[in-house]
Design a protein. Structure first.
Length: 263
């Protein structure tokens, strides 16, 4: 928890009310630093969804990032972030509306699929963790190569197929539909984008909106005990859609530059 004096709290709330932020920039990473990695393993599709692969998202908060990350505080926040990311990126339990095309992970219907394990690590926290993690995941997926798999099927349909995983040929993961997450934090009567940890300590509620490059909403989560009028939520979504397109363009540029350096 951020320790602020009453004067500091008043300064933050008053500044936001006058549209003045303590550190100026509107879209930034600030002091928040996260890492995301992707691991792929061959597995078996679930019985309920034999034509889809599986994706699992786990977040770990380093105890060195913030004192509150020690013990239960770390476990609770890690679980909250993991669930929020899964809701925003993976859609419902059926996989419908998933930003990651689960059908692209299938190798043999009902037999073999790719299981993706996405791990996020919070190294330092200056607020806006969910947005930073989603951006890191999008970048990590863009650098993920799925090995090409050759399958040998026997005459008996019940037999397990033989698979040969290539060490040389890889299929690039399609991240075009992977969204970004824009969180709008309500402080007083105002709501802000990219809140710092100090600003988050004064929030009444926060809405995180997952938006893809087409402006479609892929998911939405809310934090905080205070209720929000539907008209406010719709306005938040409108702002998130506008900001998301700028953010996606920025990420696209960074990803393209990184890929050019690797070639």
């Amino acid at each position: 928890m951020v320790g602020l004096s009453e004067g500091e709290k008043h300064f933050i709330r008053g500044g936001i009310a006058q549209d003045i932020r303590t550190d100026g920039p509107r879209v930034r990473s600030g002091g928040t630093e996260v890492i995301a990695s992707v691991k792929a393993e061959l597995g078996k599709p679930s019985i309920l969804h034999p034509d889809k692969g599986k994706v699992n998202i786990f977040v770990d908060c380093s105890p060195t990032a913030e004192p509150m990350f020690e013990g239960r505080g770390s476990e609770e926040l890690s679980a909250e972030l993991s669930v929020s990311l899964q809701r925003c990126l993976l859609g419902g339990k059926s996989g419908a509306g998933a930003a990651i095309d689960l059908s692209s992970l299938i190798v043999v219907d009902g037999k073999v699929c790719w299981d993706l394990y996405i791990d996020g690590l919070v190294i330092s926290n200056d607020g806006n963790l969910l947005d930073a993690l989603a951006a890191a995941i999008k970048v990590a997926l863009s650098d993920t190569g799925i090995p090409k798999v050759n399958v040998s099927l026997s005459a008996a349909s019940d037999d397990e197929p033989e698979v040969d995983v290539s060490d040389e040929e890889f299929l690039q993961f399609d991240t075009s539909s992977v969204p970004v997450i824009i969180t709008l934090t309500k402080v007083g009567r105002q709501y802000i984008v990219d809140a710092t940890s100090e600003e988050e300590s004064q929030m009444s509620s926060a809405v995180s909106v997952s938006v893809n490059r087409h402006g479609n909403i892929c998911g939405l989560t809310k934090r905080g005990s205070a209720g929000l009028d539907p008209s406010v939520i719709f306005d938040m979504i409108s702002v998130a859609k506008h900001v998301s397109q700028q953010f996606i363009s920025l990420l696209d540029s960074e990803i393209a530059a990184a890929q050019a350096d690797d070639e």
